[in-house]
Design a protein around this ligand. Sequence first.
Ligand code: GLC
Ligand code: CA
Length: 546
Amino acid sequence: MNNFPYPSWLNDAVFYEVYPQSFQDCNGDGIGDLPGVIRRLDYIRSLGCNAIWLNPCFESPFEDAGYDISDFYKVAPRYGSNADLARLFEEAHARGMKVCLDLVAGHTSTKHPWFQASARAERNEDSDRYVWTDSVWTNVPQGLSQISGYGERDGNYVNNFFHFQPALNYGFAKPDPAQPWQLPVDHPVCRATREEMKNIMRFWLDQGADGFRVDMASSLVKGDPDFTATMALWAEMRELYDREYPEAVLIAEWSDPARAIPGGFHIDFLIHFNFPGYTSLFRAEPDRDLFRIFKDLGGSFFDAAGQGNIRVFLDEYLHHLKLTEGQGFISLPTGNHDIMRLAHGRSPEELRVALAFLFTMPGVPYIYAGDEIGQRYVEGLVSKEGGYNRTGARCPMAWDDTPNAGFSTADPAMLYLPMDPRSDRPTVAEQENDPESPLNLVRRLLALRRENAALGNDAPFQPLYAEANRYPFVYLRGNPDDGVLIAVNPAARTETCTFSLERSHSLRPLLSSPATIEADETHLTLTLPPVSFGIWGLAPEKEKDQ
Ligand code: GLC
Ligand code: CA
């Protein structure tokens, strides 16, 4: 046993999100696969990442890119076999790396045999496995979405996302007595859904998986506005981890760490959703789009226009941090398969500032494959597998200057999605040799993080200069005596700020030090050039005098 309420490897975990279909194709069919992930493990390790989150790789009709599962126990043939996945676990472990899978706990595909049975008119053992009303003329309560007229069964089913993603039945927090089709969470049928999800987790954890990222983690219990019953459900799942798999981790897609972590998750993302409208799917307060620290919606902080307000992000962040510190981790991902690419509309300098921020904040860092080279969003693509405007963030990884940028040997017309067609598209190979590339900056930032306890995932965080509608943003990691000071100025203008530091004033540049620094007895004044950042080690003033 360790002293942490979580596996100790999380203290220095850095995740890399692999979208398997777009990462590396090994058999020339144009679709990335598990042997491809194995082939690139050393690359992922070379970044300083020691863990992988693999998006769903299970059997599926792929109407939502695999978030519509038809067999939880079987790897989709396009990615390989169950044996390939077991080999990925082994190869990763041999390199000291972990592999977490994606658990789509809330819904399946309509093509899943459970749902096909459930949709039959005749009662059978799967009839209540999904949330169905008692007639097609009975509507689901407000806040839920339903599909009417699916087949012979006289009822509407609740769908969690798209129409083909029926909600598994975990029950209602407060079932309406007038609507007996709303089952309570402890109904044997709803209990059975939980037990089946546990079996799915056990199955893959026994093969060597190191945990799960849970898709739409807040969606399971219906009619649960304060999420009490949903948190209790996950706390029960967490018991399974603590008891049977104490080294495995549960990661939430909830974007509400203040609930997800007390609810049993080890990690939750605070996702800077940046496609309008997407946020409301995940948050209790749909109109509070507070995570727009990045571009694309106007007024974001990390934008050369310099019109943002760091407090919008920071106040919310500090709220979550306070309620979760020491219990679990908040992750600020570089991006993911659902959101705009970090590099979109951003100059190389702007990208560097954003990366410096992301990798010096507390929590477990996550890199979405390609963000380390500033891979760009591809505009104007026809939706692929339910991607819609997310599609352009899912294009294949550009490795080198061979055909299809080394992603695949297939005919370009056969690729899962086209490569970024721009002639100046970033590639790994070209950035390997450029010391100033985003790729090498990521490596340096992650190395710095490893080497400085003050930058550790669980080390303290304290804003030093974070004024509404002002730049820069300055913060301290670790302790004032021997911490690390970070200043970011995304704005395209020189910015000066003055703040006080409790004790030490001598700054030792650690990575970039563009700023002019003036120090007096009690204050530090930093002047940062346009679109720049600085990272310094703090040394007690008396050391200098000795
Ligand atoms: C999550 C996934 C997203 C998927 C949705 C429905 O948000 O990240 O890609 O479409 O859930 O499962
Ligand atoms: Ca393939």
